[in-house]
Design a protein around this ligand. Structure first.
Ligand code: ADP
Ligand code: MG
Length: 528
């Protein structure tokens, strides 16, 4: 039986453990920045080149299919890029059943997607709209695949690892585009998988496409089932790629950071008993440590572990039914955190009924509700602050706070300590690469100014925004729906010395609606 003693010391202790002070935020950012640089210099399963060298400028046109396979949902989209920074999208969404997410074979998952695609084509009568006499004319499809892939081109990649609770061993080492094409061909659909996109890359591209301020979009951030980010890096900094691959042909390249795996050796990330327990009983212990503290798949589970701990120690008045989701691993969805946070922000604050319903609990008192709300808020706040410190590392790496991006390629990257290979490398090529890149940049601006008829007003807006705004596209249910998530991320940005309140004001975050689907269409456009 619960003792109903004074619950405050225990609750205060948990709230304290979930707090990350500004010093710790700075340490996390510093470590992430080191990992970013390490991944630029050496092949690592993060900082993965996407083979997208330019972000869209809004003039892209065409009709494309997109499949967006997130950690929870599979969306099929028909995207019509209208060429004036706008688009039309028609989409359907299905949850991917668990037996397909965890399966020894890859075929069941990909034929599930192909079937969904066939239904979509039939529903919208797309099979007959396309003129394909010999099957040669196929609708290009961009495939957003939100798992870690090492890419070798815009349309080819190798799956390195599953995460977000997925496990399909047969697919490891294989090309997701080829696996999807196999099932599409089996169903004889007039579709060609022509681009492989990570959802964070897609989000960056779709934000850049819709942005009114050319050149201001730096990154795409996902905080949904999982968490990840992609950003635009100067090619000359990407020393993991041979010179011939990107340099000096392209002055920029989009990198998929795969930041969910940052600090997997737990040098700086906070560790509570709940983090330990969640990790130990996960499908991938020791991996995706940032993701396990930030993303939608895990926040509900952290909340469940905290609730159980408090419940066992008599903190609550409520009684949990035997079949309460609190007694089942991953029984609580992170939308529960948003639900009680929303209740708190409404005028007549009464979360008790929602709590009784979601937790299958009886006799929830206002005190219970207050404690649960505080706990949920601390879990979400920690998540957002960690996401903010990861974003801070990207912003620092971009050097955009200290001037326009085009000036930066001549700047040398500081090497990590003990980086012997790097020390042996001659410095000269970096400078030449920087110079070529700058010349390329100026040349592009010159062409741009000749080809784009822009008003004087727009001109000054463009230049001003490149100087003043760092635009970040965001996507994912957690960042979209948890009240105040962005505000907490911004709090962390202000805590980072190199950014501070002035730098934080220059960061503009905006939802890249339909980001993954539209981004995949933009990649298919780039590939054709
Ligand atoms: P995907 O990751 O498949 O692209 P989403 O971006 O919709 O899909 O993210 C799904 C994740 O978001 C799930 O882990 C779910 O628990 C979480 N989620 C859904 N709704 C909410 C909400 N209202 N508040 C917080 N998290 C949510
Ligand atoms: Mg998604």
């Amino acid at each position: 039986m619960p003792s109903h003693g004074n619950p405050q010391p225990l609750v205060q202790d948990i709230l304290q453990q979930l707090e990350i002070d500004p010093d710790d935020i700075c340490k996390v950012t510093k470590r992430f920045l080191q990992q970013i640089k390490e991944g630029l210099d050496h092949p690592r399963p993060w900082q993965l080149p996407s083979y997208v060298f330019h972000v869209p400028d809004g003039s892209e046109k065409g009709t494309f299919l997109a499949v967006d396979l997130g950690g929870t949902n599979c969306r099929i989209c028909l995207v019509d890029l209208l060429g004036n920074s706008t688009y039309n999208v028609t989409q359907t969404k299905q949850t991917v059943p668990e037996h397909l997410r965890i399966n020894p074979r890859y075929q069941p998952l990909f034929s599930f997607i192909a079937k969904a695609l066939r239904e979509f084509l039939d529903q919208h009568e797309l099979r007959h709209q396309i003129d394909c006499p010999t099957g040669s004319k196929r609708i290009p499809l961009g495939f957003t695949f939100s798992f870690t892939c090492e890419q070798t081109s815009i349309s080819k990649g190798t799956l390195i690892q599953w995460d977000k609770g997925w496990d399909i061993p047969e697919a490891l080492g294989k090309d997701p585009c080829a696996m999807l094409q196999e099932s599409i061909d089996e169903m004889d659909l007039p579709v060609l998988v022509s681009a492989l996109a990570n959802d964070s890359v897609g989000t960056l591209l779709s934000r850049a496409y819709t942005s009114q301020d050319q050149g201001s979009t730096l990154a795409g951030v996902i905080i949904g089932t999982g968490t990840n980010a992609a950003y635009l890096e100067r090619s000359c900094n990407v020393r993991r790629l041979p010179n011939t691959e990107t340099k000096p042909m392209h002055d920029t390249i989009v990198l998929n950071t795969e930041w969910g795996c940052f600090d997997d050796d737990l040098k700086v990330l906070p560790i509570t008993p709940y983090d330990r327990e969640l990790d130990a009983s996960s499908i991938n212990p020791g991996q995706q440590q940032l993701e396990k503290r930030v993303s939608g798949m895990y926040l509900g589970e952290l909340m469940r572990l905290v609730i159980l701990h408090c419940h066992e120690r008599g903190v609550f008045n409520m009684v949990l039914d035997v079949d309460s989701p609190c007694n089942c691993q991953y029984g609580i969805d992170s939308s529960f955190l948003s639900l009680i946070a929303r209740d708190r922000t409404t005028e007549s604050w009464d979360a008790t009924k929602d709590i009784e319903r979601v937790l299958s609990a009886r006799g929830v008192t206002p005190d219970d509700a207050r404690i649960l709300t505080q706990l949920a808020d601390s879990i979400a706040r920690r998540s957002a602050r960690l996401a903010g410190s990861a974003l801070g590392a990207i912003i620092i790496q971009s050097e955009r706070l200290s001037g326009p991006v085009s000036e930066k390629c001549a700047v040398e990257v500081t090497s990590l300590p003990n980086d012997q290979n790097d020390k042996q490398r001659p410095k000269q090529p970096k400078r030449i690469c920087g110079l070529l890149s700058r010349i390329g940049d100026y040349f592009k601006r010159f062409i741009y100014s000749l080809t784009k008829k822009r008003s004087v007003e727009n001109e000054s807006l463009d230049q001003g925004s490149e100087q003043n705004f760092i635009d970040i596209g965001v996507d994912g249910s957690l960042i979209e729906l948890y009240p105040g998530f962005e505000a907490h991320m911004r709090g962390a940005l202000r805590d980072i010395q190199e950014i501070g309140p002035e730098g934080e004001k220059r960061v503009r975050m905006g939802l890249a609606r339909d980001g993954s689907g539209v981004g995949a269409a933009l990649m298919a456009n780039a590939a054709t």
